[in-house]
Design a protein around this ligand. Structure first.
Ligand code: MF3
Ligand code: CO
Length: 249
């Protein structure tokens, strides 16, 4: 069941989302080579709490940390560690969720650190662009499949692949609500989009095969062929005009 939100509910999702946006913005200058992913997690956790939010992922289905930090061939759900140091040339995907007054906001960004190769920069650029191509389709009267196809087209026409194993989702009083939003599919298919739907759209894009495997920690998903993977996500609301990106400052 897809839950349509009223303006009071949207206000709270927006507040949670602005905290997420602020965190992702602060990380631009914070992430440097030589720091551990655990240090980044603590920085984020403090920032969220200072702004009056609650880190949404800690304890979610038993997830052991406040945020997901996935490096290079890690696709999603990497667990911060005091043994993993950021190095020049790494790409670091950071997925942040916040609860504010009972409502969730969720977004992700992939940061290139230091000297990142041109091909890797292209992966980041195409993945972020694909997110915006998907968001453009999030208008009243379209269907979920219009979002999915737009993302898939942009990614595959640039020679990269779309991860199938994880999808975007509705968001609100829960982190994951209906509908599921695959990053692959056909226009005209799936549920119709209506005003007041709040969605987390999140393409995960691999440089090589779309297949992923799970590490023995039970959380970290990595590319099957060891190729690089990028992840960008925004929480948006469907309005009578353009979609509004809530996780944007
Ligand atoms: N943004 C991620 C998602 O929508 C949240 C990570 S789930 C957690 O699936 F379990 F790691 F918290
Ligand atoms: Co999400």
């Amino acid at each position: 069941m897809i839950i349509i939100k009223n303006s009071e509910e949207i206000k709270k999702i927006k507040k949670a989302s602005k905290i997420v946006a602020k965190v992702l913005d602060e990380l631009r200058s914070y992430i440097k080579e030589g720091i551990t992913t655990k240090t980044i997690e603590l920085f984020i956790e403090n920032l969220i709490l200072k702004m009056g939010g609650i880190p949404a992922f800690k304890g979610y289905r038993g997830y052991p940390a406040s945020v997901c930090i996935s490096i290079n061939s890690q696709v999603v759900h990497g667990i911060p560690s005091d043994k993993v140091y950021i190095e020049s040339g790494d790409i670091v995907s950071i997925d942040v969720g916040v609860i504010f007054d009972g409502f969730y906001g969720d977004a992700a960004y992939t940061y290139g650190v230091g000297e990142v190769s041109e091909e890797t920069q292209r992966l980041l650029k195409v993945t972020e662009e694909s997110l915006y191509k998907g968001i453009e389709k999030a208008v009243v009267g379209n269907r979920i499949g219009d979002i999915s196809e737009a993302i898939q087209n942009h990614v595959e026409s640039n020679g990269f692949s779309v991860v199938r194993a994880f999808v975007g989702h509705g968001i609100g009083r829960s982190l994951h609500e209906d509908p599921q939003i695959p990053n692959f599919g056909k226009r005209g298919m799936g549920p119709k989009l209506k005003k007041g739907m709040t969605l987390a759209i999140e393409p995960m894009v691999n440089a090589g095969t779309h297949e992923v495997v799970m590490l023995s920690d039970g959380w970290t998903a990595v590319t099957k062929d060891g190729s690089l993977s990028a992840h960008f996500e925004h929480t948006i609301v469907i309005t009578e005009n353009e979609p509004e990106i809530l996780t944007k400052l």
